[in-house]
Design a binder for this molecule. Sequence first.
Ligand SMILES: Nc1ncnc2c1ncn2[C@@H]1O[C@H](COP(=O)(O)OP(=O)(O)O)[C@@H](O)[C@H]1O
Ligand SMILES: [Mg+2]
Length: 258
Amino acid sequence: MAIIKKFRIKSFKKKNTILKLQNISLSFEKRPILENISFEINQGEIFGMLGPNGVGKSTIFNLVTGLIKPNSGEIIIRDEKVNDYPIFMRTAKFKIGYVPQYGGYFYDLTLFENLKAVAEILIKDQRNRAEKINYLVSKFDLSQIRDIKAKFLSGGQKKKLVIAMALLGDPELLLLDECFAALDVMTIKMLQQIIVNLQYENNITICICDHQARDLLSCVDVAMVLSEGKVIAKGTPTELIKNQNAKTAYFGDSFKFN
Ligand SMILES: Nc1ncnc2c1ncn2[C@@H]1O[C@H](COP(=O)(O)OP(=O)(O)O)[C@@H](O)[C@H]1O
Ligand SMILES: [Mg+2]
């Protein structure tokens, strides 16, 4: 798989933390899922979360959006502790877009109707609304399929739709949960290009997770590896694949990148 990202952010002139999780722990019933997780995402970067199925990646997104609360630790968005903020306040105040692992669209509405339904909530001015929908339809090359019901779209088309829906609110931080899962190689490449372009052209900070290392590493600036509830490694893709902890617990010895 070719590297999609040609330039990786190595350092920041002025580092601006957009999201910070500090010592987050969470158990479901009595089963510990996340243990003392800390990480931060800087404005402008594409940050990856890697780890096997069931390690807690979607749970971290749920904590950020406010669907669930941690047992301990702080969730900080742009210097504000948001643990007690409800979902709508986090997404609206801090402009967070979220693309869930599954679904995220209305099955029986067409692609266009899906966009319109969300735009009617998010964009008050009718002309702006139409402009924004047209912009996204053209940006993601969706005009040929705009009148097809969402349930009949291909996997890649559905992902493009849900990403477009998340962009209607002009997010500053976009959370993408396993958006490459169950897609073919060419579709994955197309989505990777879309993600990198959102960073370059629209200046959106992106947090993306996947259980597959290769697809994720080719489009992130930095990433962390989760294993058994803990962050076991953080760094650029090149640093991560050399990291002995990450090799032992996640990549294995034969993993090669490029
Ligand atoms: N609402 C819930 N109630 C109980 N257990 C849950 C709940 N949500 C997730 N889990 C459990 O937490 C663990 C992490 O899940 P998840 O975050 O979905 O993993 P990942 O996204 O990394 O595959 C899994 O063992 C899962 O079964
Ligand atoms: Mg998940």
